[in-house]
Design a protein around this ligand. Structure first.
Ligand code: CTP
Length: 416
C-alpha cells in the first residue's frame, strides 16, 4: 500500500462564502454620463464580492446621480471636493490615492479619458488620477459618435499604452437614441477586468489547456447519448487560470454557459472530436486539466436518418471511445503538468487512489457525485485532491469558483 499523509484543512468546519475581492479597496471614480446610474448598482456588486468601495464623483456625475445614492449603497463617504477640509490632517487626493488597490473609472466619459491622457488635473477625479500609481481601469460610456471620434480613440490608445486596462463599451442602443458602440460594458466584463487586475499573475507565460463539459455521442440526427455534466467546474477553472494570466484554451463539449472572458474556446461535440482537439493543442500546453466528462462508449453506427419506432425493444451496440487522458499521459513531456478528474459514487478515497495508479496524473480531483451539493449542474462542489505523491486534501463544500482557486493553488505548488 502506498504511504500517504493527510493534509488537514481547518476550513473544513464551515462553508465560507467566497469573496473574490475580499479586503480590496476600490476607488470608484464616476464621471458625468447617464451610465452613472449603472455604476451605482455595480458599486454594490463589487461590495458583495468583498471589496470596500470609495466613490469619487465629478461635478457632472453629481448632476445625474446624487452622492447620497453612492454613500447609501457603499456605506462610505463620497468625495468630490479637492479642497475638502473636513479632516484637517488629510489632503483628499493624497490620502485616497494611498488607500486604494485599484482605481476604477466607472463610467469614464470622453472628457476624463482626454484629461487623463493629457495629464490635466482640474478636479478631484482627474487630480487623483495623477496622484495614483496603482492599477487603473477605464470603463468608457458615451455617445457612439464621440466614442468613435479619432480624438477619443487616440486618448484610449495612449491610456492603454500607459498600461491601463480599457473595458471597451458595448454595442447597442444608447440613451441618446442612437445605435452603435458606446453603452457601458456589461457587469460580467467589468467584474472580470477588476478581478484579473487584482489577481497576482502567477500563470503568466504559461499555456493552460482545459477540457470541460459532457460529450454527445450521436445515435441518429436527433438522439444522442450524453451525461449530466454542465461544464461549470471546468469553466470555473478556465476563468481562474485566465485571471492568473495564463493563456487558456478551453476545449468544451456542448455547454449552455458562455466562455469565460480571456479564454479561447474550442467547441467539440463527441468524445472523438474532443480527442482530436486535445491532440492538436497538447504539445503547446504547459498545464493540462481534463475536467470533461467524456463518454466511455459511443454507438458503433450512427444512422444518417431518424430511426423509426419499431420492435418493443431496441439494442444499441456501443464501442469504447478513445481515452483522452490516457493518450495525454503516454504523450506528455516531463515538464507538462497533468490534472485528471474522477467522478465516483461512494468509496471515493479508495477509488481515487486506484484511478491514480491507472492514470498517473500529477493531481487527481475526485468527487462523489452522489453527495448533496457536489457533482453535476450545481454551483458547489466537495472534492478530494490527491497528488502524485498520494498526499490527500479533502476540501469542504465550496463554490465551484473557489474549488477552481484551490485546484490551481495546488497546481502552482506542484509546478514549483
Ligand atoms: N477521460 C478521458 N477519456 C475518456 C474517459 C475519461 O480522458 N474516454 C478522463 C476524464 O476527463 C477524467 C478521467 O479520465 O479526467 C477519469 O474519468 P472517469 O470517467 O472518472 O474514469 P475512467 O478512467 O473512464 O474509468 P471509470 O469510468 O471506470 O471510472
Amino acid at each position: 500500500m502506498p504511504h500517504h499523509k493527510e493534509i488537514r484543512n481547518d476550513a473544513d468546519l464551515s462553508v465560507p462564502a467566497y469573496l473574490l475581492l475580499q479586503g480590496k479597496v476600490i476607488l470608484l471614480c464616476a464621471s458625468g454620463g447617464i451610465a452613472v446610474f449603472k455604476a451605482a448598482g455595480y458599486a454594490r456588486k463589487l461590495m458583495e464580492a468583498g471589496a470596500r468601495v470609495i466613490t469619487v464623483m465629478t461635478e457632472n456625475a453629481r448632476r445625474f446621480v446624487s452622492p447620497l445614492t453612492f454613500a447609501a449603497l457603499t456605506g462610505e463617504k463620497v468625495h468630490y471636493d479637492t479642497f475638502d477640509d473636513s479632516d484637517a490632517h488629510l489632503i483628499p487626493h493624497i490620502s485616497l490615492a494611498r488607500e486604494a488597490d485599484l482605481m476604477l473609472h466607472l463610467p469614464a466619459t470622453a472628457n476624463i479619458l482626454a484629461k487623463a491622457a493629457n495629464g490635466i488635473a482640474d478636479d478631484l477625479v482627474s487630480t487623483l488620477y495623477l496622484a495614483y500609481s496603482g492599477p487603473v481601469i477605464f470603463c468608457p460610456a458615451m455617445n457612439p459618435m464621440m466614442y468613435s471620434h479619432a480624438a477619443t480613440r487616440d486618448n484610449i490608445a495612449v491610456l492603454r499604452a500607459r498600461g491601463h486596462e480599457i473595458v471597451e463599451a458595448d454595442f447597442g442602443n444608447t440613451a441618446c437614441g442612437e445605435k452603435g458602440q458606446g453603452r457601458l460594458a456589461c457587469w460580467e466584463d467589468i467584474r472580470e477586468a477588476v478581478i484579473r487586475t487584482l489577481t497576482p499573475q502567477s500563470l503568466k507565460g504559461l499555456k493552460v489547456l482545459v477540457t470541460a463539459g459532457p460529450t454527445q455521442e450521436a445515435i441518429d440526427p436527433i438522439r444522442f447519448i450524453s451525461n449530466r455534466s454542465s461544464g461549470k467546474m471546468g469553466y470555473a477553472i478556465a476563468a481562474e487560470a485566465a485571471r492568473r494570466g495564463g493563456e487558456v484554451t478551453l476545449v468544451s463539449g456542448p455547454c449552455a454557459i458562455p466562455a469565460p472572458s480571456g479564454t479561447r474556446l474550442v467547441n467539440t461535440i463527441s468524445a472523438s472530436d474532443m480527442a482530436e482537439a486535445v491532440s492538436r493543442e497538447l504539445d503547446e500546453a504547459d498545464i493540462v486539466i481534463m475536467s470533461a466528462a467524456v463518454a466511455d462508449y459511443t454507438p458503433v453506427e450512427t444512422s444518417g436518418q431518424k430511426m423509426k419506432k419499431g420492435a418493443d425493444t431496441l439494442e444499441l451496440i456501443l464501442t469504447k471511445t478513445p481515452d483522452i487522458l490516457s493518450g495525454i499521459l503516454e504523450r506528455r513531456t516531463p515538464e507538462q503538468l497533468v490534472v485528471g478528474f474522477c467522478a465516483e459514487t461512494g468509496a471515493l478515497e479508495a477509488k481515487a487512489l486506484e484511478k491514480l495508479a491507472r492514470k498517473p496524473v500529477d493531481l487527481l480531483v475526485a468527487n462523489d457525485v452522489s453527495e448533496p451539493g457536489a457533482g453535476f449542474d450545481v454551483d458547489t462542489n466537495r472534492v478530494l485532491l490527491v497528488d502524485r505523491d498520494h498526499n490527500l486534501e479533502k476540501l469542504p463544500l465550496l463554490s465551484k469558483e473557489e474549488v477552481a482557486v484551490r485546484i490551481l493553488n495546488r497546481v502552482e505548488e506542484l509546478l514549483s
